[in-house]
Design a protein around this ligand. Structure first.
Ligand SMILES: O=C([O-])CC(=O)C(=O)O
Ligand SMILES: [Mg+2]
Length: 216
């Protein structure tokens, strides 16, 4: 496994919700992607892979093509097969690959957790795959409407997944720090008793009808 640098760690600590909000970009992956185990999180550079439904041969090629700091991002048609598991994760870790995002299924989730290999998928499935179509590796894919290109920055955690153009790394990190700082100040005011309506200045947007309102 490759070591994360300090900025990567900071991106993970800020979290995908903050990164997304601060980015100002339409950069989130569909909410159907979920971590295969609790606590999984990853940041790295995308290597897009396209696999045939029920066939994981392309993923074997993806492992060979990827290297330290990469995250395999796989379009497997959303099909619930066990495209990836313990053996694939060991092979990936040996190459420094940091994680997997797949529109499809993974299995061996207990072993993935023990290995500390972060996998995000749209299904958990024990159903096995054939090995017939080598697929595509490194060519852009579209994952549930979101285009993913080689080298894009992928950040995934329990909240979701963001995919950022490579050139946006520094700007989004800076904007996210600023957002987290602002929210920290807001939460201090809330802890001291102010309301969210006042802190955010929402009062002028109107008052709700309440059960006890005489007007009802
Ligand atoms: O064998 C497969 O195709 C998927 C799997 O379970 C593993 O990688 O351990
Ligand atoms: Mg297995």
């Amino acid at each position: 496994m490759t070591t994360l640098d300090e900025d990567d760690r900071e991106l993970l600590a800020l979290g995908t919700a903050t990164l997304y909000e601060a980015s100002g970009l339409d950069c989130f992956l569909d909410a159907a992607f979920r971590p295969a185990w609790d606590g999984a999180q990853v940041v790295g550079r995308a290597v897009p892979v396209s696999a045939q439904v029920g066939d994981n041969l392309a993923l074997h090629h993806g492992i060979e093509a990827a290297g330290p700091g990469d995250v395999l991002v796989v379009d497997a048609g959303g099909a619930p097969f066990g495209y990836w598991g313990e053996v694939m994760a060991v092979a990936a870790q040996a190459r420094g690959i940091r994680g997997l995002v797949i529109d499809g299924g993974v299995r061996d989730t207990q072993q993935l957790e023990l290995l500390g290999f972060p996998a995000f998928s749209t299904a958990i499935s024990i159903r096995g795959t054939v090995k017939q179509w080598p697929g595509t590796v490194g060519i852009p894919i579209t994952l549930r409407g979101r285009v993913v290109r080689r080298g894009d920055i992928v950040v995934a955690d329990r909240d979701g997944i963001v995919v950022l153009p490579a050139g946006e790394y520094d700007r989004v990190l800076e904007a996210s720090r600023a957002r987290a700082g602002k929210e920290g100040a807001i939460m201090n005011r809330l802890r001291s008793g102010e309301t969210t309506l006042d802190v955010y200045g929402f009062r002028h947007l109107g008052s709700p009808v309440r059960e006890s309102d005489p007007a009802r």
